[in-house]
Design a protein around this ligand. Sequence first.
Ligand code: FES
Ligand code: FES
Length: 206
Amino acid sequence: MNQEPDAGGARSGVSRRSFLGGSLAAVAVTPLLTGQAEASAISAATADGVSQVTVRAAVNGTPVTMQVDARATLLDTLRERLDLKGTKKGCDRGQCGACTVHVDGRRVLSCLTLAATTTGHEVTTIEGLADGDRLHPMQQAFIEHDGLQCGFCTPGQIMSAVAMVDNEGGADSDDEIRERMSGNICRCSAYPRIVDSIRDAQQVMR
Ligand code: FES
Ligand code: FES
């Protein structure tokens, strides 16, 4: 099983550490490049030297504007600031897939994504997947196939699978489903039923 952060689709090509360096550098130079309007979106560093940035994003269809620590991950921001705890923190280092959400329909690992990078983008979490009372076909399939045991990995599995089908063309065989979902780990080993769920949901979604 491939657990590398850049395997499958739910990957960030830039490590949090290297991106953080770039992000903080960008915070420092952006006012010089874009003038007062942009500068107003970035507050001065606080007494302890922590830069705050203003994030303007759509989260599950709702516009959100908030000040965040420039170092804050999307995962922690969703869970701790927006109380969207459906997105799970497993490894917090890009290896388990439990934290998978969508940014503009693409699956990303929210533990490796800085909240500051989501300005101007649409973030979707498991809480935003259903259409009112009507579950998404992938959610419905996981229920019908009992594609879970403890359920901890399930939000990440579902978000990853939805983007795999909607955004990446889906999978043409069970082996391909397993390969494309290889970044989402299930400690309960519910894999056979997870594959069954995704195979059936994909037929409805395609
Ligand atoms: S990959 Fe993000 S919590 Fe494990
Ligand atoms: S259902 Fe328990 S970790 Fe996947």
